[in-house]
Design a protein around this ligand. Structure first.
Ligand code: UT7
Length: 318
């Protein structure tokens, strides 16, 4: 039994924040941001717009594209690092907003690797027969945990949501999944705060050693791509589309180069979306599908990496 991606959907907040606007606030420039990251703009959620609001719209669009109604869902996983509340899970809030109840719903916290972790988990539910129609959504309001006066981080991130509907299928779907984590690297990318007595003990902003993260990401993403292809018995030429986490165009280009993939076979949204953490892969996937580039029957390799460190890949026949 396979988990077939039956539909995709996404949502981006209306407000676009350009590099030029950021350059008016912190000591940076459009030239620096474009040259070092490839990012030109990012979307920022409204003050009263929550992660669950964005997840809901992305899911509704994915359900529509799959021709599935909400009452067919029997599993919901929300990959997020920016939940609406400490609890309940954002998944339970989204389930309620969808107006359907009873089936399991939970959050997956693996930061920018959240979507590949959640997709892998849903795939296991479907393969084991525990679910037949799963919804996986990556949704983030990263803007809530950004220090807008810190040029090292504020230029990199954005908000948004992307969703897939997975259906049990005997013919085709997810071919292989690989997940990894190495907690020794938790110090190079984190939000070092915790709620204590109605206040934050520490800091609730993203902290990052950019160049250490960059080096780790390039190495780990190339290695997991190799591992995925080797275990699936596929050659590099068998990949029709690479749908990578969108953190930095230089990381994406180096992974593509390692796979001998021309950049015309890579879905790139980093210029328009920035790094939307767990939402970045499903946002890119939906962009690839809706633009007609990703076609049924093609082989796609999704891969993500983020704080923890946690990383992984999902190889699928679309
Ligand atoms: O999803 C996973 C999460 N994050 C990532 O994947 C991000 C990974 N890292 C990166 O994308 C890159 O490391 C950055 C884009 C963050 C930085 O690029 P870099 O080529 O690695 O630059 P760098 O860290 O070597 O910094 C070069 C200089 C530094 O100045 P000094 O110390 O050389 O004088 C920074 O202070 O660039 C400075 N800098 C900036 N300058 C202008 C850092 N941020 C900015 C900025 N504008 N926004």
């Amino acid at each position: 039994m396979f988990s077939r991606i039956a539909g995709t959907g996404s949502y981006l907040p209306e407000r676009i924040l350009t590099n030029h606007e950021l350059a008016a606030r912190v000591d940076t420039s459009d030239e620096w941001i474009v040259a070092r990251t490839g990012i030109r703009q990012r979307h920022i959620a409204a003050a009263d717009e929550t992660t669950s609001d964005m997840a809901l719209i992305a899911i509704q669009r994915a359900l529509e594209s799959a021709g599935v109604t909400a009452d067919e869902i029997d599993l919901l996983i929300v990959a997020t690092t920016t939940p609406d509340n400490i609890f309940p899970s954002t998944a339970c809030i989204v389930q309620n907003k969808l107006g359907v109840h009873g089936f399991p719903a939970f959050d997956m916290q693996a930061v920018c690797a959240g979507f590949v972790y959640a997709l892998t988990t849903a795939d296991q539910f479907i393969k084991s027969g525990a679910a037949k129609c799963a919804v996986v959504v990556g949704a983030e309001k990263v803007s809530n945990i950004i220090n807008w006066d810190d040029r090292n981080t504020c230029v990199l991130f954005g908000d948004g949501a992307g969703a897939v509907v997975l259906k049990a299928d005997e013919e085709t779907g997810i071919l292989a999944t690989h997940l990894h984590a190495d907690g020794r690297y938790n110090g190079i990318l984190n939000v070092p705060g915790r709620p204590v007595a109605n206040a934050v003990d520490g800091e609730a902003f993203v902290h990052m050693d950019g160049s250490a993260v960059f080096k780790f990401a390039v190495k780990a993403l190339s290695a997991v791509a190799e591992e995925t292809l080797a275990k699936a018995g596929l050659a590099k030429e068998d990949i029709d589309w690479l749908v990578p986490h969108q953190a930095n165009i230089r990381i994406i280009e180096s992974t593509a180069k390692h796979l001998h993939l021309d950049m015309s076979k890579v879905i790139v949204t980093v210029a328009e979306h920035g790094n939307t953490s767990a939402a970045s892969i499903p946002l890119a996937l939906d962009a690839g599908v809706k633009s007609g580039r990703i076609q049924r029957g093609q082989t796609i390799l999704m891969e993500g990496i983020g704080g923890g460190f946690a990383w992984g890949s999902v190889l699928a026949r679309f």
